[in-house]
Design a protein around this ligand. Structure first.
Ligand SMILES: Nc1ncnc2c1ncn2[C@@H]1O[C@H](COP(=O)(O)OP(=O)(O)O)[C@@H](O)[C@H]1O
Ligand SMILES: Cc1ncc(COP(=O)(O)O)c(N)n1
Length: 267
């Protein structure tokens, strides 16, 4: 009997349910894969911002990974909020120790409300430790600019930045264009084989975009676990995120969460 596709997120929680591990698990559920989670950080958070956060002890990260490896067949995994150098390193060590399938690295740095989710001095560690393990890297525009140390504006800037991230060891890259302005949102894709492509969709005029990056990377992870190719996974994820933003739900008073049921019939 083929086992049901099992996936893993190693990230931070969001008590508000819109981003981080909560968004990841909701996305995995909606995309019909089984979601598991290694909690790296806990945040007290809502749609208005992050009020407090706590990093879990490293031996607890190790214990959660060991528990999963002992019992599950994880087919694909992703990382999100990792907080600091020590936790980036601990997550990388576990990903080297266990086979959790293709890895999507979402290099989460700053929350939409402005809270720091990765300390500045951990970016280097993320590049050296995690990028070489990544099947796909999904920075937003600001994260990509931080990683390569250059501003990214024109199409050739996107290409050069993605090539630089490949030289840092990441194989396939998508630079998300949500933070740019314009009628369309365009994400730039550069695959390991040199294939490049823009994933384009109408820009939805809303501030309800809490957890967009987590949702996109969790959907990519779910589709990779089902055996889809990287480009198929990206196209499905782009379609899913566009619907999840467009089919608005009214929750909270700030940057509201997405509709993870998008595309499903509600009873
Ligand atoms: N207003 C919007 N309308 C449609 N798609 C969007 C919008 N904002 C973001 N997206 C899409 O959501 C995904 C996440 O993008 P982005 O918001 O840039 O990442 P992050 O959440 O990591 O900052 C991308 O595929 C992007 O194109
Ligand atoms: C635990 C956690 N992980 C990730 C994000 C990023 O999401 P966003 O950029 O939409 O605030 C977040 N706010 N909290």
């Amino acid at each position: 009997m083929n086992s049901f596709p099992q996936t893993l997120t190693l990230a931070g929680t969001d008590s508000g349910g819109g981003a981080g591990i909560m968004a990841d698990l909701k996305t995995m559920e909606a995309r019909h894969v089984f979601g598991t989670a290694v909690v790296v950080a806990v945040t007290a958070q809502n749609t208005l911002g992050v009020q407090k956060s706590l990093m879990l002890p490293i031996d607890m990260i190790n214990a959660q990974c060991a528990s999963l490896a002992a019992d599950f067949q994880i087919k694909a995994c992703k990382t999100g909020m990792l907080g600091d150098k020590e936790h980036v390193l601990a997550v990388a060590n576990n990903l080297r120790q266990y086979d959790f399938g293709p890895l999507t690295v979402d290099p989460v740095m700053v929350a939409k409300g402005g809270a720091i989710l990765l300390e500045e001095d951990a970016i280097k560690t993320m590049i050296t430790e995690l990028f070489p393990l990544a099947t796909i890297l999904t920075p937003n525009l600001l994260e990509a600019e931080k990683i390569v140390g250059q501003t990214i504006d024109t199409p050739s800037d996107f290409k050069r930045a993605a090539q630089m991230m490949q030289q840092m060891g990441a194989k396939n890259i998508v630079i998300k264009g949500g933070h740019k302005v314009g009628e369309k949102v365009q994400d730039y894709v550069l695959l390991a084989n040199g294939h490049e492509q823009w994933l384009s969709a109408p820009r939805i005029d809303t501030k309800r975009t809490h957890g967009t990056g987590d949702t996109l990377s969790a959907c990519i992870t779910a589709e990779l676990a089902k055996g889809h190719s990287i480009i198929q996974a990206l196209q499905i994820a782009k379609n899913y995120i566009s619907q999840a933003i467009a089919q608005t739900i009214q929750v909270g008073h700030g940057h509201g969460p997405l509709n993870h049921w998008a595309g499903q019939e509600l009873s």
